[in-house]
Design a protein around this ligand. Structure first.
Ligand code: C5P
Length: 244
């Protein structure tokens, strides 16, 4: 599928259903059980390294059987050929979105985009620019001389766009700058979202669902405010209502 068609499809989803619930859980049983409580607003779920490493690709099949779409967040970074292979396996599983590190380089991202394009129902390729856990000092320690944080994020965003990626993972604080760097040609997926009045957990720079959407996010990734709630179905519905 062409990129513009894919972006259009993702943007046709009503805003109240653009919440990706991060199933950061240790077993497939817990993930499937939680997904079943999410209701109509919980169409998208994120399978990350904890769940995937414990439960394997079967958990994706199990979640698909419950009618959920999958955001596979394994943040690929390797030589281009290896990443292309990973992307083919993910597309073969039918995931809707997957992540890679932009710092793996332009050729790696091009190989990923090319591999995805072989599938009619392909996954959106989303690039991580700079992990939000990095301080500038920590980043300089491993990647010296790259300018300030904003410059680095914008440069990696631009290279990801040029390489054919479909979107970016982007912190709420960076949304306006990244949106102005890539225009509407990329989906922006934003974690670090907390409904008004809820705990920030270990997230440092948080935004409310509404402010993140107003600043240009296309989809929100929300974990603990939903998964640790006594009633995940109500928790996601409350966020969805804020987005309507
Ligand atoms: O529980 P919480 O809402 O903080 O979960 C956020 C999710 O988004 C987690 O699965 C985390 O891995 C992911 N994430 C993040 N910050 C990033 C990239 C991904 O919190 N920069």
């Amino acid at each position: 599928m062409q990129k513009n068609q894919l972006l259009k499809q993702f943007r046709e989803v009503p805003k109240s259903n653009r919440i990706i619930t991060a199933l950061d859980l240790p077993t497939a049983e817990q993930a499937v059980e939680l997904a079943a409580t999410l209701g109509d607003n919980g169409q998208f779920v994120k399978v990350g390294m904890q769940l995937f490493t414990a439960a394997g690709p079967e958990v994706i099949t199990d979640l698909h059987e419950t009618g959920r779409k999958i955001f596979l967040d394994l943040k690929y970074m390797d030589i281009p050929n290896t990443v292309a292979g990973g992307v083919r396996s993910a597309c073969g599983l039918g995931v809707s979105m997957l992540t890679l590190h932009a710092s793996g380089g332009k050729r790696m991202m091009e190989a990923a985009a090319q591999a995805a394009s072989e599938y009619e129902n392909r996954a959106a390729i989303l690039a991580v620019t700079v992990l939000t856990s990095f301080t500038l000092n920590e980043l300089d320690e491993v990647a010296p001389g790259g300018g300030d944080m904003n410059d680095r994020i914008k440069r990696l965003a631009t290279v990801s766009l040029e390489a054919g990626c479909d979107g970016l993972i982007c912190s709420p604080a960076d949304l306006p700058a990244v949106r102005s760097a890539v225009g509407n040609e990329m989906l922006l997926i934003t974690p670090g979202v907390r409904p008004s009045g809820s705990a920030g957990d270990d997230q440092r720079r948080v935004a409310t669902p509404k402010s993140a959407m107003n600043d240009g996010a296309d989809y929100l990734v929300v974990g603990r405010p939903i998964t640790k709630s006594n009633n995940p179905g109500i928790a996601i519905k409350t966020i969805a209502q804020e987005l309507e």
